[in-house]
Structure formats: structure tokens, C-alpha cells
Design a protein around this ligand. Structure first.
Ligand SMILES: [Zn+2]
Length: 224
């Protein structure tokens, strides 16, 4: 583990009144969708004004969503290597994502990358804020190594598995211009609204099952 200079980026609060709308592949009104298919630019420190604005928008957008796992800043039109995500220790989410073994609190990473630690993959349903009409099954590595720079400017490395590894891969792929959901086979696509309705029913069922045990109800990860 290596430390950069002591620049501290104020990240976990945002002053953006209204962050930009999502860039969506399947929205005919969206004029800047190329950003979703191009590699994003590395972030340099200290952040310049445009990067500061991107960061502020990213946090504001994330905080405004109720069902969110993560977001890449390219999804709101900024061309930088920045992501935000969280995998909460949520018993309801665990029932729905049985591979949720590892959790992580709300995290912003700059210039993140990953490499698979084994060829093993797992398929599971993913939703994406950049795809309006459908969700679908995406194969992901089950165990990865990651590298990133934190908001404290600290370079970190680590390993992630299961659902956390999935969320990290989804977000970092965005920075590499990859939208895995775009490659879901036609017959495997699931209507997004139907999925959200079905997911809510599953969550309600899981809550009922868990009702006899004491649990809190944090933010539920879902879309990325
Ligand atoms: Zn996405």
C-alpha cells in the first residue's frame, strides 16, 4: 500500500443542487451516449474544477437514488475514471443476492481497475441506469483483485468476491466503455419495470420472513 500526497477530497457530502440526468443507450433523446462506449480519462490529483464538479455530481446523483448499488460518473456525462458504490450488510438484500458475502460502505474510487483471480464466473440479473427498457443476466468473475485511489488519495488494493465483485466489475467496465447489459441475448432480456415490480415483491417477502428477527433496513442495492 502506498500513499500519495496529503490531498483530501471532500467527497461524502455534495453541494450539487441538481446533478445531470443519466446518459441512456436506449433513450432517443440522449445526445451524448458515445461517452458510454469510450474509455474514460484518468483522474489527476489535485482534482481540477471539472473533476471536482464531476465528483460532486456523482455523489449527489447516488444520494438521490433509493435503489442503487453503484454509479460510474460517465453515466451522468463526465468523462472521468470515477465510481461510487456500496454493498450494505442488509439481510433483505442477502436473501435476494445469495452470493453477498462481502460488504463495503459507500465508497468513491478514482482510476479503479480489476483483474480476475480465477476463471470462475456466475450469472445474475443486473440493472443499469444507462439502460431504460430492460435488465438481464450478466456473467461476472466471482473473485477479483482490485486497485484504486481513495478520496484520501491513498492507493489501495484488495480482493472482492460474490456480489461485491459483481458491482465493482459493473462500474469499472463502464469506465472502459463496456456495457455488458448491451450484450444480453434477446430471449434473456427482462422488462425493467416488470423486474422492479417482481423485485419489490421479493423484498416484501424477504422482509416478512425476517420480521421476527431484529434488523435495520438500510439502502437496498439494485441498479448500477
Ligand atoms: Zn450500469
Amino acid at each position: 500500500m502506498k500513499f500519495f500526497y496529503a490531498y483530501k477530497v471532500p467527497i461524502l457530502t455534495s453541494h450539487t443542487a441538481e446533478p445531470p440526468p443519466y446518459v441512456c443507450m436506449d433513450d432517443p433523446m440522449c445526445t451524448n451516449k458515445n461517452i458510454l462506449q469510450e474509455p474514460a480519462k484518468p483522474v489527476e490529483f489535485p482534482l481540477n474544477n471539472k473533476m471536482q464538479q464531476a465528483l460532486s455530481d456523482l455523489v449527489a446523483k447516488y444520494d438521490a437514488e433509493k435503489m442503487i448499488a453503484g454509479l460510474a460518473v460517465t453515466q451522468i456525462g463526465h468523462p472521468y475514471r470515477m465510481i461510487i458504490f456500496a454493498v450494505p450488510d442488509d439481510p433483505v438484500l442477502k436473501k435476494i443476492r445469495p452470493d453477498l458475502e462481502q460488504t463495503m460502505q459507500k465508497t468513491v474510487w478514482f482510476n479503479p481497475s480489476y483483474t480476475p483471480l480465477s476463471p470462475e464466473k456466475r450469472k445474475d440479473i443486473e440493472g443499469c441506469f444507462s439502460v431504460l427498457k430492460y435488465v438481464g443476466p450478466v456473467e461476472r468473475y466471482t473473485h477479483i483483485a482490485y486497485k484504486a485511489t481513495t478520496e484520501e488519495g491513498k492507493e489501495i488494493t484488495g480482493e472482492a468476491s460474490g456480489y461485491l465483485a459483481r458491482v465493482i466489475q459493473h462500474e469499472i467496465d463502464h469506465l472502459n466503455g463496456k456495457m455488458c447489459l448491451n450484450h444480453v441475448k434477446e430471449n434473456e432480456k427482462i422488462d425493467r419495470e416488470e423486474y422492479i415490480t417482481a423485485r419489490k415483491k421479493l423484498q416484501d417477502l424477504a422482509r416478512k420472513e425476517l420480521a421476527q428477527t431484529q434488523f435495520s433496513q438500510p439502502r437496498q442495492s439494485n441498479f448500477a
